[in-house]
Design a binder for this molecule. Structure first.
Ligand SMILES: [Mg+2]
Length: 276
């Protein structure tokens, strides 16, 4: 008679799966937001930065489609074009989006402070570094090159265009599990600045950490954030924490620089036999 292997993992965390924009690079997740604004302006239906950010984290074509489904945008589209936006409009805007995004990615590819230190600390603990992104593979080639120049090189990178569906589906996380050869899934932690990105990790059966200040929820560059008065920082930070918590992450912290204590706590919980 054979004995099945134990189904709980009381061991260490094996992999950290990091998002890209707003998590490890591009503080404020600015690069996609500015291009969505540009593409809708060219379609004759200008949108605000807030509207551009609503579906952040999704595959970029899905993202454009979701913007067209925002009530206010749909109404403005109908007023301008005399009919609701359709799938062809989405395809046309996506076709425009791709080269504009490729063109400006490098303007926003600076690593978020703390990324290198935290990645090195995780590696010193034997944790592998994977990554997932709503960007397409050709966009990631640029980000990977720019990240490497700054000293960041994850062991695995999976793009929305590499799997059957992007976030909130778990496929990118699960492809990282295969690429990194780690097991079980509850020995993995997914880190992200958006709600679909947290859902992606939860759907994969992983621990999740939301990043409130460096990403889409505050939506300001590092310079813009630093320039805010403390009172305004408190308001924006609180709002971002509340929004991210609606998706049910295990932890929310300000930025990647603050997340190591969560890893200590998750390992304590794993040692107790807990699962995400
Ligand atoms: Mg992100």
């Amino acid at each position: 008679m054979t004995t099945a292997p134990p189904r709980t993992n009381r061991g260490k965390i094996q992999a950290a799966l990091l998002d890209w924009a707003g998590t490890t690079m591009d503080f404020g997740c600015m690069a996609p937001a500015v291009v969505f604004v540009k593409v809708f302006e060219r379609a004759g239906v200008p949108i605000s930065m807030d509207e551009a950010r609503v579906p952040m984290g999704a595959h970029k074509r899905v993202h454009i489609q979701k913007i067209t489904q925002i009530d206010a945008v749909k109404k403005r589209w109908e007023a301008k074009h005399g009919r609701p936006p359709d799938d062809q409009d989405v395809s046309r805007m996506f076709a425009e989006f791709v080269p504009f995004q490729l063109e400006c990615l490098s303007d926003y590819s600076e690593l978020i402070p703390g990324t290198l230190e935290v990645v090195n600390a995780l590696r010193a603990r034997g944790i592998k570094i994977g990554s997932t992104t709503g960007y397409l593979r050709e966009m990631m080639e640029i980000n990977l090159r720019d990240a490497k120049k700054q000293g960041y090189e994850p062991d695995s990178t999976v793009c929305a265009s590499d799997v059957p569906a992007g976030r909130p589906y778990p496929y990118m996380c699960l492809q990282n599990v295969i690429n990194l050869q780690v097991s079980p899934v509850h020995a993995c932690v997914k880190i992200d600045d958006t709600i679909p990105g947290i859902e992606e990790g939860l759907n994969a059966g992983m621990w999740t950490i939301g990043l409130a200040v460096s990403g889409n929820e505050v939506g300001l560059s590092l310079k813009g954030w630093n320039a805010l008065p403390d009172s305004e920082k408190r308001v924006r930070r609180e709002r971002a924490y509340q929004r991210l918590r609606t998706s049910g992450p295990h932890y929310v912290v300000d930025t990647i620089a603050d997340m190591l204590p969560c890893f200590d706590e998750i390992e304590t919980r794993l040692a107790r036999g807990e699962k995400p």
